[in-house]
Design a protein around this ligand. Structure first.
Ligand code: BG6
Length: 520
């Protein structure tokens, strides 16, 4: 985890207590506590700050603190560990054994919160973090409400609640979940995390677009041929079969992270830079996505699942061989889709999204493919097949921006070739990018909901996804394509783009897996 680079620019939040539901889980160790510690070390947490880890397991506080110390050791910068602040930080953490469906546990939690307010002067400010499976969320919200923990303690204090994705499992469950949450919490108290929006380079999409005069005039159907969004991962599903097998890549990545990226690329400039204006514009994009007809799903949305392969002599298991995955699972680990945004700016411009597990490398990038020149002057001397300019926005890793354009090759001959103009964040010097969770936790404590997802955005993105889920469920003849682990996904995903001089951009060479492509 990287050191917070936010020190110079942000305020320190008011004193508060953060309650983590699901504290014995992986996210607490991997992300939440290390991020809080980074903020603490950087002086960005209030002096009066406390964490209560709430979960079902019986764990003594001392033991919980030890496991958090270990987590900090694994995930935080070494400099911070050497600073000797860890013990002071851990003193502010305690563990609370409770049941999510038991009101008594919540009464007891309420009592403990009052005690902490009195002991540590935390001002009655509360942040509830739901790091639990989505089935448990409504019950917790309900119990918080019934024990009046949803309401601010006084006129001067605040109570906020953070939800992790998934926000439901389909359109119906998302609507119902929201209904349950809003019985007790007002929308402005609710912070839905999509950690992609906390990524520095995702926020930079807006700055690139709206702080520069040169891009916006070209940013439309007249100059852009198509847009490609790729988010590939080299890892498999690790030890998450329980979650992943009933989720799949469409729900896990497309419904949230990648539609959000698409909305940042495609939105109109907001009138002002605030939470409402920005989220209104993002919502309009998602609402303008052309709905799929059931008959279109087969050709416009490709699903795949990785199969076993051998990479550099190492055997990689197929998805069905991963621990906890049923041997006949039809869950997709890869999705590639083509969609259109039906509005004036984007009418007729295809947007392609591709994501998958066990691909050759971990990379997230957006490629804007511009149209070619109206006619080609240098046809005889052009040693490139066509001269389409590309703007590549690299979200991770090696964050930066690349523009591809044609130049004369130096020399007496007239030769033209494509060259790169490259900017890497690392060129700015010793910049430490804050992790997404640091940024989002801090924003929530400060009450800034700009980078959080509003309920109507959640519903709109499920509305777009639902016809695909329905078609896959109802029409078993829609193929699930196998792709050898370590490759760029099923071959037929190439056909989505191919046919017009174009193909997906491959950010690195194929690792040449030895498995077979096949239909599963
Ligand atoms: C999570 C998904 O939301 O995002 C994971 O559940 C995925 O399956 C992860 O691996 C990717 O996030 P990042 O920040 O590593 O791109």
């Amino acid at each position: 985890m990287q050191h917070s680079g936010l020190v110079q620019t942000v305020q320190v939040p008011q004193p508060c207590v953060m309650v983590i539901f699901g504290a014995s889980g992986d996210l607490t160790k991997r992300m939440l506590i290390p991020s809080l510690y980074e903020l603490y070390s950087a002086g960005l947490l209030p002096e009066n700050f406390s964490v209560i880890g709430f979960a079902r397991k019986e764990i003594p506080t001392a033991e919980f603190r030890d496991s958090m110390r270990l987590a900090i050791g694994q995930h935080c910068q070494e400099d911070f560990l050497k600073s000797g602040k860890v013990n002071n930080f851990l003193d502010n953490i305690e563990y609370f054994t409770g049941k999510y469906d038991d009101q008594e546990s919540f009464h007891a939690l309420g009592k403990r919160l009052m005690e902490i307010d009195a002991e540590k002067d935390t001002g009655g400010n509360r942040l509830f973090y739901m790091s639990v499976p989505y089935e448990a969320v409504a019950g917790i919200a309900d119990n918080l409400g019934k024990c009046r923990l949803n309401k601010p303690v006084s006129d001067d204090s605040w109570t906020r609640v953070i939800f992790e994705k998934p926000f439901g499992n389909d359109l119906e469950s998302a609507v119902s979940l929201n209904r349950q949450i809003t019985r007790y919490f007002r929308e402005e108290q609710v912070f839905r995390i999509d950690h992609y929006l906390g990524k520095e380079t995702v926020q930079n999409i807006l700055v690139t677009r709206f702080a520069n005069g040169i891009f916006e005039p070209l940013w439309n159907r007249n100059y852009i041929d198509h847009v490609e969004i790729t988010s590939s991962e080299s890892i498999g599903i690790e030890n998450r079969a329980g979650y992943y097998d009933h989720t799949g890549a469409l729900r896990d990545m497309v419904q949230n992270h990648l539609l959000q990226l698409l909305s940042y690329i495609a939105m109109e400039p907001p009138a002002v830079f605030d939470a409402k204006a920005l989220r209104d514009e993002s919502l309009k994009v998602i609402q303008s996505l052309r709905p799929y007809e059931p008959s279109e799903v087969r050709s416009m949305v490709i699903r795949g699942q990785y199969t076993s392969s051998v990479i550099k002599g190492e055997v990689l298991p197929g998805y069905r061989q991963e621990e906890g995955v049923p041997p006949d699972s039809r869950t997709e680990t890869f999705v590639a889709l083509k969609t259109y945004i039906d509005n004036w700016r984007w009418g007729g411009v295809p947007f392609y999204i591709r994501t998958g597990k066990r691909m050759p490398t971990r990379v997230t990038e957006i490629v804007i493919h511009f149209k070619s020149t109206p006619y080609r002057l240098f046809t005889d001397v052009d040693d490139i097949a066509q001269s389409y300019n590309q703007l590549v926005i690299r979200i991770q890793p090696d964050e930066g921006i690349l523009i591809k354009f044609a130049m004369k090759v130096p020399g007496t001959e007239l030769k033209v070739k494509n060259v790169d103009m490259d900017f890497h964040y690392s060129d700015l010097g010793d910049v430490d990018l804050p992790s997404a969770y640091e940024k989002l936790l801090l924003d929530c404590m400060l009450g800034n909901s700009t980078l959080f997802i509003r309920n109507d955005q959640v519903v709109a993105s499920w509305e777009f996804i639902q016809p695909v889920l329905d078609a896959w469920k109802n029409d078993s003849s829609i193929p699930l394509q196998g792709y050898p682990a370590g490759t760029w996904g099923p071959e037929c995903a190439d056909d989505l783009i191919a046919g017009k001089d174009f193909k997906w951009r491959y950010p690195c060479r194929n690792l040449e897996g030895e498995g077979e492509y096949c239909e599963l």
